[in-house]
Design a protein around this ligand. Structure first.
Ligand code: SF4
Length: 328
């Protein structure tokens, strides 16, 4: 059913639940089939994520080590100089990355000098021929337009979790505000990167509901990051149980089936997975990974670039060339 050439945007809760709850081997087989129909299954996009402004965030996302209100001991860092960011981007390109994502721990973008500097960074990284991505918090339509004019290729804004569970995780903004920012990004003609996190204490129904929200968007997100909670000491969720890798495989496979053209990103939580577990995620349809500068994914550990390249080689996979990921 799902390897047809049609993208669907009207998934029912029952349909999604039936896919999500399939016996795992069946689910992975179906997802792998869809993956092969829509993508080059031997290619994995390497995206590098750099925190350009770290910590001190006024929001209260219960999973996040960068929220100022939690005592996580991270090094708070003001916006990096543009030259430093460009040097990191060049290094990422030299190491095989085709996408460079700049993250700032802000609640929202403000029209100030820091945003002017982000615009400069986007312009300069774009000149390197990389897909430039930002994640800067909430964004207005006019700010999205400025980013697009500077050459921004993608904007990341995750749903995080289901609409029903959202208030349990974040109280300082609403689910609708997430959707609003995603709509502003779309209107500006920037590709959308939006997914979520599992391991926050949500139910399977919440996971299904989150995937359904993404899959029923008028246009599927071009990239769908699936994260496992990275348990950060000092955050309210530090003692949550570790997510079993099979749960990641199940999420990835379901996302692959219902959003066949999208890039599905195996994101945070990889450090706690073996190579074999990651291989299952690739088989289930993940075709992108994040590598982080200084071997961190924002403020949590992540495998290093060379380790990742070795893993891809072992699995017979190769880095995706630049500018191959626009879908939908
Ligand atoms: S996830 Fe983003 S918005 Fe939430 S506290 Fe962390 S940096 Fe702030």
């Amino acid at each position: 059913m799902s390897s047809s050439n049609e993208l669907r945007h009207n998934w029912t809760k029952e349909e999604l639940s039936t896919i999500y709850n399939k016996p795992l081997m069946e689910l992975v087989y179906e997802a792998a089939t869809v993956h092969r129909a829509w993508h080059k299954a031997d290619e994995v996009q390497i995206s590098t994520l750099l925190s350009v402004k770290t910590g001190g965030c006024p929001e209260d996302c219960a999973y996040c080590g960068q929220a100022a209100r939690y005592h996580t001991g991270i090094n708070v860092q003001a916006l990096l100089p543009t030259e430093t960011v460009i040097a990191y981007a060049q290094k990422a390109k030299n190491s095989g990355s085709s996408r460079f994502c700049m993250a700032a721990a802000w609640r929202e973008v403000r029209d100030n000098r820091d945003f002017d500097r982000i615009i400069d960074m986007v312009r300069e990284v774009n000149k390197l021929g990389l897909e430039v991505c930002c994640t800067l918090g909430m964004l207005s339509e006019s700010q999205a337009q400025r980013l697009e004019e500077a050459g921004l290729y993608a904007y990341n804004h995750n749903l995080d979790t289901s609409e029903d569970y959202y208030d349990e995780i974040i109280s300082t903004r609403k689910f609708d505000q997430r959707i609003n920012t995603i709509n502003n990004v779309r209107k500006a003609g920037i590709t959308v990167c939006s997914g979520g996190i599992i391991g926050l204490g949500e139910t399977h129904e919440d996971r299904i509901s989150m995937l359904r929200t993404l899959a029923n968007m008028e246009q599927h997100p071009d990239s769908v990051p699936i994260n496992a909670l990275a348990r950060v000491k000092g955050t309210p969720l530090e003692n949550n149980p570790k997510i079993d890798s099979w749960e990641m495989v199940r999420m990835i496979a379901t996302a692959r089936i219902v959003m066949p053209a999208s890039m599905v990103r195996l994101s945070a939580g990889r450090i706690e997975m073996t190579e074999s577990e990651q291989a299952w995620c690739f088989m289930a349809g993940a075709n992108s990974i994040f590598t982080g500068e200084r071997e961190t994914l924002l403020v949590t550990p992540n495998p290093g670039v060379s380790e990742d390249m070795q893993m891809l080689s072992t699995l017979g996979l190769k880095p995706m060339p630049i500018a191959r990921s626009a879908n939908d």
